[in-house]
Design a protein around this ligand. Structure first.
Ligand code: SF4
Length: 369
C-alpha cells in the first residue's frame, strides 16, 4: 500500500519557482532537465497529479508521490452564475475554506483569489470578516486557485483564449501575507509556466501602511488598489477598524510614496464601496474629492455598489446615488468608474465570500471535482 507523508512534511511543488524545482529534483539525484519538465507539467500544463505526468519515468513519479504534492486544494462545491461567473469553494488539506471567483469578460478573464482563509481585519461591510483569520495561505495554495479555475473553465492544460488578469480581492488581507503572495506571483510569471506577469495582477489592501511601503520597493510588483470606504477618519474607524492603527493621513502618505513607482500609464486605484445612507451623500463625495486632491495622487476611484449579504446591516446605494456621487467626483477632477457587480446570484461578489454554501438553487450548483 502507498504510504503518503503528512502534508506538513511533503514538499508542496506548486509553490516553487522553476529554479527551485530544478534544485529539488537535483537533491533526488535527477538531472536538471527533469526539474524543467516537472515545472512545465505543473505550471504550463496545469497537471495536478504526478501520475498524469507520463513524460516523467514511472519510478520518479512514485518517488514524488512519496515525498511531495502536486495539489493540495480540493474543490468542495462550485457555482455558476447567470452571467457566466464561476465561484469555487475549496478546502485546504487542513479543512479550511478558500474561495475563488472566475469572471469571464469579452477581452480577458479575471480571477479573484484569496490570500488568507478568513481575514483578521474587521471591516463591517464584509462577510469574510466574520470568520476571523483561520490562517494565511501558502504560495502553492494561491497558485492552485488559479490552476483550478483555468482547468475548470478551459480544460487541463488548455491555453486560455484570452489574457488572464488576477485580483487579490477574495478573502484575506493580501499585504498581511506578502511574502507568500510575491512568491506565488514569481511562480506564475514564468514564461514556461502560466506566464501571468505581475502587470496583470492587482492587489487590494485595506491599508497596511508598512507593507505598502515594502511593496513600493519591490521590483516587478503588481498594481495596488486601496479600499477606502470613507472620506473621514471618523467614519473609516467605524467601517474599517484598521484605520485606527493607520489613519487616512498615514495611508495617503504611503500612497504618495507608492506613487513615485507608478509607470507612465499606471494609476493607483481607490476602491469605494457604496453603502446606502452611510457614505454616499453629496457632502461625502466632496470630502472624498478634497481628500484625494489634497494629496494629488495619480489615481482613479472605483465605486463599488455594496453587495448585500445577511447578516450585514447595509444596503447598496441606488443607481442614481452612485451616478450623482460619480458626477461630483468627476466635477472635481477625479477619474471615477463604477464597477458592475458580477455573480451576485451565487454570492460571488466583493464582500460576500464567507464559505457560504447553503442558500443557492440547484441550477447554480455544478458538480464539484
Ligand atoms: S474587506 Fe477585505 S480586508 Fe476587510 S475584512 Fe473583508 S477580506 Fe478582510
Amino acid at each position: 500500500m502507498l504510504r503518503l507523508p503528512s502534508m506538513e512534511k511533503a514538499v508542496q511543488l506548486t509553490g516553487l519557482t522553476q529554479p527551485e524545482i530544478v534544485s529539488f529534483v537535483e537533491t533526488l539525484g535527477e538531472p536538471a532537465y527533469r526539474g524543467r519538465q516537472l515545472f512545465g507539467a505543473l505550471q504550463h500544463r496545469r497537471q495536478r497529479s504526478f501520475d498524469d505526468i507520463t513524460d516523467l519515468p514511472k519510478e520518479l513519479r512514485t518517488r514524488l508521490n512519496d515525498i511531495a504534492r502536486a495539489a493540495t486544494l480540493k474543490v468542495e462545491s462550485q457555482y455558476l452564475s447567470d452571467d457566466g461567473t464561476r465561484r469555487y469553494l475549496m478546502k485546504t488539506h487542513d479543512s479550511l475554506p478558500v474561495e475563488t471567483v472566475f469572471i469571464p469578460e469579452e477581452r480577458r478573464d479575471t480571477i479573484c483569489f484569496s490570500s488568507q482563509s478568513g481575514c483578521p481585519l474587521q471591516c463591517t461591510f464584509c462577510l469574510t470578516a466574520q470568520l476571523g483569520l483561520l490562517r494565511s495561505l501558502t504560495a502553492g495554495e494561491i497558485v492552485e486557485q488559479i490552476q483550478i479555475a483555468l482547468n475548470d473553465a478551459y480544460g487541463t492544460g488548455v491555453k486560455p483564449p484570452r489574457g488572464t488578469n488576477l485580483v487579490a480581492m477574495g478573502a484575506g488581507e493580501p499585504l498581511l501575507n506578502l511574502d507568500q503572495l510575491l512568491q506565488a506571483l514569481r511562480v506564475m510569471a514564468d514564461p514556461q509556466g502560466m506566464h501571468i506577469v505581475p502587470n496583470r495582477v492587482t492587489v487590494s489592501t485595506a491599508g497596511v501602511v508598512p507593507r505598502i511601503l515594502d511593496l513600493a520597493k519591490t521590483s516587478d510588483r503588481p498594481h495596488l488598489a486601496i479600499s477606502l470606504a470613507a472620506p473621514t477618519d471618523e467614519l473609516r474607524n467605524e467601517l474599517m477598524p484598521i484605520n485606527k492603527r493607520w489613519p487616512l493621513d498615514d495611508l495617503l502618505g504611503a500612497c504618495k510614496v507608492f506613487e513615485k513607482t507608478l509607470k507612465p500609464n499606471e494609476r493607483l486605484t481607490f476602491e469605494y464601496v457604496m453603502l446606502d445612507g452611510v457614505n454616499d451623500s453629496d457632502e461625502q463625495a466632496r470630502q472624498l474629492a478634497n481628500l484625494l486632491n489634497r494629496y494629488t495622487i495619480k489615481s482613479k476611484v472605483n465605486l463599488i455598489p455594496h453587495n448585500p449579504a445577511d447578516p450585514l446591516p447595509y444596503q447598496p446605494s441606488s443607481d442614481e446615488r452612485v451616478e450623482q456621487f460619480k458626477n461630483i467626483l468627476e466635477s472635481k477632477g477625479i477619474h471615477t468608474y463604477v464597477r458592475r457587480p458580477r455573480g451576485r446570484d451565487i454570492f460571488a461578489a466583493c464582500g460576500q465570500l464567507a464559505a457560504r454554501q447553503t442558500t443557492l438553487t440547484n441550477t447554480n450548483l455544478v458538480g464539484a471535482n
